[in-house]
Design a protein around this ligand. Structure first.
Ligand SMILES: Nc1nc2c(c(=O)[nH]1)N[C@H]1C(S)=C(S)[C@@H](COP(=O)(O)O)O[C@H]1N2
Ligand SMILES: [Mo]
Length: 333
């Protein structure tokens, strides 16, 4: 089924957006799934193929010809530079598997994917140009007029990439060609696509989404999702492997638990080692179903700092959705 899209979220503005509660929407989604019938189990792939990677851009992607494109590093730097595409891809490369999630993603929504990104280290680039002591924000500006920023100390942490490659091929046009930022642990809005300029400034820059009231820090919230069995499914046999993912950005996932009794008792799932410190964690649980019937499963995660995922439901506006994912399905003998 289609999830609430970025476009429809953003068309709800101001007070209306903030007072919009997730509860009626999830109830509607559940009702809708009953109407449309069973859901096929949808195991998540550890690395999302490029053509399946989520897209949230609200307009068609700019088409950039590399011959006419360049990336300038300007503002409060000692030695400003402008890189052509050839110069960019000739720089020493770093590769990192990073999960991106849109701030508009709903609980268990699909605006979340993982790829292996290759490009240059933003820290190395900034060290080469020399950052002024007055610097506060590193602003990413794009060919579509979009911008967002991260504080200088965040930019210098070493994990931020100016990527030109996605899963082994040049960035597709729809994912930022020829270059984009990849900022691990933050909502996708910070991973600015179709980059044209990196500007170091002395003030707190307000980007495209911040001007519309969305979060500045955009640190991802801890989430967990049940992928198998699907909500509304009918499954056969009393031995069921339940599967899903959990994500807490750079904090990592320490524990995933399942409840079959509405949250009174919880059992730990088995965790697979994530492909990188910035990628989602896969979990599974071999469940011996006591007797055929209708069941509701709820999932929750604890992040690497030991903080349990909140049970409070929150709409994506303005700093990301919160709430626990629950599915209902039938087991026949
Ligand atoms: N230039 C530009 N960069 C952008 C955006 C945009 O509209 N324009 N959207 C942002 C948002 S909200 C997200 S979630 C990610 C999505 O990246 P993807 O389309 O590759 O999944 O790109 C971010 N970077
Ligand atoms: Mo997004």
């Amino acid at each position: 089924m289609r999830r609430l899209s970025r476009r429809s979220l953003l068309s709800v503005t101001g007070a209306a957006a903030l007072s919009f509660s997730l509860r009626p929407f999830s109830a509607f989604a559940g009702f809708w799934q009953q109407l449309v019938g069973q859901q096929e189990p949808k195991p998540t792939k550890p690395i999302t193929p490029n053509h399946e990677f989520y897209v949230t851009s609200y307009r068609s992607p700019p088409s950039i010809r590399v011959g006419e494109w360049s990336l300038s590093i300007a503002g409060l730097v000692d030695r400003p530079v402008t890189l052509t595409y050839e110069q960019l891809i000739a720089q020493p490369k770093v590769t990192q598997i990073v999960t991106l999630e849109c701030v508009g993603n709903t609980v268990a929504g699909e605006l979340m994917s993982t790829a292996e990104w290759e490009g240059i280290s933003l820290r190395s680039l900034l060290q080469e140009v020399g950052v002024d002591a007055m610097a506060y924000d590193v602003v990413f500006r794009a060919a579509d007029g979009y911008s967002d920023s991260i504080p200088v100390n965040r930019a210098m942490a070493g994990d931020v990439i100016i990527a030109h490659t996605m899963n082994g091929v040049a960035l597709p046009q729809g994912h930022g060609f020829p270059a984009r930022a990849i900022v691990p642990g933050h909502y996708g809005m910070k991973s600015v696509q179709w980059l044209t300029e990196i500007e170091v400034v002395a003030h707190d820059h307000k980007g495209y989404y911040q001007q519309k009231g969305w979060t500045e820090a955009a640190i991802v919230k801890t989430m967990s999702r049940i992928d198998v069995p699907g909500h509304g499914a009918t499954v056969h046999g009393l031995r069921q492997q339940v599967e899903g993912i959990a994500f807490a950005g750079s904090r990592g996932i320490r524990l995933v638990e399942l409840s079959t009794d509405g949250g009174e008792h919880w059992t730990a799932a088995r965790l697979a080692a994530p492909l990188s410190p910035y990628a989602w964690t896969f979990w599974s649980y071999d469940w011996t179903v006591p007797t055929p019937g209708r069941y509701t499963l709820r999932v929750r995660a604890t992040d690497g700092d030991g903080v349990l995922q909140t049970t409070l439901e929150q709409d994506p506006a303005s700093d990301g959705a919160a709430g626990l994912h629950e599915i209902t399905f039938a087991v026949v003998g």
